[in-house]
Design a protein around this ligand. Structure first.
Ligand SMILES: Cc1cc2nc3c(=O)[nH]c(=O)nc-3n(C[C@H](O)[C@H](O)[C@H](O)COP(=O)(O)OP(=O)(O)OC[C@H]3O[C@@H](n4cnc5c(N)ncnc54)[C@H](O)[C@@H]3O)c2cc1C
Length: 472
């Protein structure tokens, strides 16, 4: 058996999945080459210089939570965890500006830690609160993964009021899963509720990067180089050949060929579907293609506005009853940004209607709506604006989707593991799912080398009363 240090791996795709696979493989002693189609790392969670506004902006605000143990493990590995700003409160604002703050207290054990703020929320009626408390109680125990119920059906069967559905379930939960309540499998929604609101205050703490996203990944490139690896940019992979005699992969890319002992394909399902015909014939390749066919994606749009003055002191907020769902105050969240005024990012999840608007229409609607929440907008001058539409933002999680999410180890090809947020991780389309998939793929490679290792980070354990109440 050869030791890891004599073996090499190519990881295709420089998103969170590929970076986390590459960095953990390099740390396990392999020589790793991370091959990325674009000129920068990050994939669907990245930042770049936007020519229209001459600013470096994230393709969209990305948030993480304390329960994202693999993403946090990846950030820790590449030395950027201190760039994440954490908060335990979420402000809901009604048109007109009335605020309700959901948060946690230290003096009540989980799952009761969020109860006082829920009871105090002015945005919800007494009936809404009673309905939510009932739903939370029912969702304390995990829902069987094979459940075929949608979130929408479950909410209607379990007495949820229109206010609770519109102001909580649609805005907070469905927007986190980027789909309509009638298209979300109940187990995924229940997982989000348990992790964000019930298991512990730590699990539900929300994190946001204090630097543009791609700046985080300089740490990944440094980490790889420090372990004898490299990143190859602008190198879209077009196909791969496997030489059985010498047990080696050769990849054809736009910038030449690369060879390695092991391969990790860390691609979104659409890109995996495009690459598959360029891969060697293999038993199981058709089954993988059939799984890919079953996936669909949902859009997320973000409107970026620069005003000549401060609009709000809030760092972020959920905007109720309007087309725009979330406000992120980037001037406050990313203090390294220059300029006197303020930069707000407004996010709209799961809205095909918003995604169909023209740039002018989308910006006009965003400015009009944001003014309903923050009166300072009426006096302020809008200096510049940008719209980013990510049509293929996340994969959807309808009932039954788990049977079409392949395992990291179940690639049809030899010495090849699969990664990407859509791989079977049990998590919805998130950076955490991507990081988990990368860690699972790295474990699969190490196991195939005959040097099995535990790379996956452990889940946070439920705390307080949830240690007993949350058991299946
Ligand atoms: C607008 C938006 C908002 C989001 N908000 C959140 C959020 O708040 N929190 C959260 O956790 N998640 C969020 N997500 C989801 C999150 O971004 C993704 O789940 C995650 O980044 C997926 O990572 P990945 O590595 O699996 O795939 P990707 O990020 O898609 O990475 C795949 C990489 O492969 C490269 N590639 C493709 N084809 C080839 C090829 N042939 N050869 C070489 N390279 C190739 C691509 O260029 C890309 O860099 C959001 C996504 C979007 C788009």
């Amino acid at each position: 058996m050869q030791s890891g240090s004599e073996k090499s791996a190519i990881v295709v795709g420089g998103g969170v999945a590929g970076m986390s696979a590459a960095c953990s493989l390099a740390e396990s002693g392999l020589r790793v080459r991370l091959v990325e189609r674009r000129g920068y790392l990050g994939g669907r969670a990245s930042s770049y210089r936007h020519p229209g506004v001459d600013e470096t902006i994230d393709n969209c605000q990305h948030v993480l939570f304390g329960c994202c143990t693999n993403l946090i493990g990846f950030y820790r590995r590449i030395g950027v965890l201190d760039r994440i700003h954490w908060t335990r409160s979420m402000t809901m604002i009604e048109p007109g500006g009335r605020c309700s703050v959901l948060g946690s207290t230290r003096w009540l054990p989980a799952p009761l830690h969020g109860l006082p703020s829920l009871l105090a929320a002015k945005a919800l009626t007494f009936e809404d609160k009673r309905a939510l408390a009932r739903a939370f109680r029912l969702l304390m125990r995990p829902v069987a993964p094979e459940s075929t119920e949608t979130l929408g059906t479950w909410l209607r069967l379990n007495g949820q009021t229109q206010g609770a559905i519109d102001r909580f379930w649609r805005l907070v939960i469905a927007s986190a899963l980027n789909a309509d309540i009638d298209e979300i499998a109940l187990p995924y929604a229940a997982k989000v509720i348990r992790e964000l609101f019930l298991n512990s205050a730590e699990a539900g703490a929300m994190g946001m990067s204090t630097v543009p996203l791609s700046e985080l990944y300089a740490g990944a490139e440094r980490h790889l180089k420090g372990h004898g690896g490299e990143v190859v940019y602008d190198a879209g992979v077009e196909g791969a050949a496997w030489d059985q005699e010498i047990s080696q992969w050769t990849l054809s890319t736009r910038v030449g060929e690369f060879a390695a002992d092991y391969l990790v394909l860390a691609l979104p399902f659409e890109a995996m579907g495009k690459l598959a015909p360029g891969m060697p014939r293999a038993e199981g390749a058709e089954a993988l293609a059939a799984q890919i066919e079953r996936h669909e994606h949902g859009p997320i749009c973000s409107v970026h506005l620069w005003f000549d003055r401060e609009i709000t002191e809030l760092e972020h907020a959920v905007l109720l009853d309007r087309e725009i769902h979330w406000m992120y105050n980037k001037s406050r969240l990313q203090p390294g940004r220059k300029g006197k005024g303020s930069y707000l990012e407004l996010v709209v999840s799961a809205s095909h209607r918003f995604a169909a608007l023209s740039r002018e229409e989308a910006i006009e609607l965003a400015v009009r709506e944001v003014a309903e929440f923050f009166p300072a907008v009426a006096e302020a001058k809008l200096e510049k604006a940008a719209l980013i539409k990510e049509v293929r933002a996340t994969f959807c999680v309808p009932p039954g989707i788990d049977q079409f999410r392949p395992d990291a180890k179940s690639s049809p090809w030899p010495n090849c593991a699969l990664a990407g947020d859509w791989i079977a991780t049990g998590w919805p389309s998130t950076m955490e799912s991507a990081a988990r998939s990368g860690h699972l793929a790295a474990e699969a490679v190490c196991a195939a080398m005959g040097e099995p290792r535990r790379i996956l980070n452990e889940d946070l354990k439920p705390r307080g009363l949830m240690r007993w109440l949350g058991r299946r």
